[in-house]
Design a protein around this ligand. Structure first.
Ligand code: ADP
Length: 372
């Protein structure tokens, strides 16, 4: 969902809608991006995730203007910008490596885009002050980039990319060089910043957690194409393929041998490849070639499992206590199925050691069908 109510923040001019139509990039005989179509709403925080080499940076480069598409259009506010040079596109860009000018102060770095646009010194000073306040670096205006931490340098890059009030901000792995704690802090910062600016953000990351935290919508790329686009919740709860289910979060996935009926929301009795029977309620057909998928938190362990539609006994093969969750791998008795299970470490829950025999189950709407 677009944040249209926040589309003009205190500093911002609001975001622009971006419509990418049949966009392709071919290098010699390699298709880096293949006929990709995406509609990004004004003020949306749109993340692109996918494995290394799937075409994320190439796509971003084509929007920014430093990579020429082989075919297709990028329509912003009703106009195809592909023929336009970078400086006419009104798009801000933040990279992983900050790309600050080392010989300029923080204030000079942030003011640089205005300077090359011929803005007066008085106006530059005023807007640099506002921009640095937005990223909470007012007190650092006269420092050199080398005197800042990684997170602070990235905030300078953010202030610089947004000082000329672009309607679109592109970010390519902006937190990739930071350590975990700083990354979490910067995620909050970027989210707040985007909401206050009302700017449309297209954000490339390989980190699915980061994408899920930041984005209104996520597109998952594979081999130069979009495999699925949706909210973090849609992608997690209704993945359309094995690839998406495994890329975003953890899942136990089993090949289907046959199913009793079509998936029209009714109960389907499904036989898995190893002969195990499961009951699933889904709109999708669980034909041969499809998969049954269950997320680790959807399985129930303990006596309550006995009353669920899919009820088994099993043996705990692995157990691991991690902060905030307990993870098990449970082999279902008399089957070839092994399930990843995650439970909250509540007071009433025992920690099960490896080798424990347990009841394990899930209801018919805890499993989803993956058609490929
Ligand atoms: P990602 O950002 O998802 O890691 P990229 O967009 O950087 O992927 O690259 C997509 C594919 O295009 C990769 O296989 C990469 O090797 C190829 N590629 C990228 N840039 C070039 C180039 N200038 N010449 C040839 N192949 C390229």
């Amino acid at each position: 969902m677009a944040r249209s109510s926040q589309a003009t923040g205190q500093m911002g001019v609001g975001g622009a809608a971006v419509s990418i139509r049949n966009l392709s990039k071919r290098y010699n005989n390699y298709n880096a991006v293949v006929a990709t179509t995406i509609d990004i709403e004004s003020g949306d925080f749109f993340a692109i995730i996918g494995p290394s080499g799937s075409g994320k940076s190439t796509l971003l480069g084509m929007i920014a203007g430093y990579i020429d598409p082989t075919a297709g259009q990028i329509v912003i506010n009703g106009r195809d910008i592909v023929p336009e040079p970078i400086y006419r596109r009104n798009i801000g860009m933040v990279f992983q490596n900050y790309a600050l000018f080392p010989h300029l102060t923080v204030a000079q770095n942030v003011g640089y885009p205005l300077k090359i646009r011929g803005v007066s010194s008085a106006e530059i000073a005023k807007r640099v002050g506002e921009s640095l306040a937005m990223v909470r670096l007012d007190a650092f205006a006269s420092r050199m980039p080398s005197e800042l931490s990684g997170g602070q340098q990235q905030r300078v890059a953010l202030a610089r990319a947004s000082i000329y009030k672009p309607s679109i901000l592109l970010m390519d792995e902006p937190l990739g060089a930071l350590d975990k704690n700083l990354r979490d802090e910067m995620q909050e910062e970027i989210k707040r910043f985007q909401q206050e600016m009302g700017v449309t953000v297209v954000y490339v990351t390989h980190d699915q957690q980061e994408a899920a935290f930041l984005a209104d919508r996520i597109a998952i790329m594979r081999d130069g194409a979009m495999t699925q686009i949706g909210s973090p919740r849609q992608l997690y709860e209704q993945p359309n393929s094995r690839f998406v289910a495994e890329f975003l979060g953890e899942a136990s996935i089993f090949p289907v041998k046959s199913a009793s009926s079509k998936g029209d929301g009714q109960l389907q009795l499904i036989v898995l490849e190893d002969g195990t029977q499961v009951a699933i309620r889904s709109e999708l057909d669980a034909g041969p070639g499809s998969f049954a998928c269950i997320r680790p938190e959807r399985a129930t362990i303990g006596p309550k499992a006995r009353s669920l539609r899919n009820a088994y006994t099993g043996t705990v093969r692995e157990s691991l206590y991690t902060p905030g969750s307990i993870r098990y791998r449970v082999d279902l008795s008399g089957t070839g199925c092994s399930l990843k299970v995650r439970v909250l470490p509540q007071a009433a829950i025992d920690f099960l050691e490896t080798g424990s025999l347990v009841d394990i189950g899930w209801s018919d709407d805890d499993m989803t069908i993956l058609t490929e």
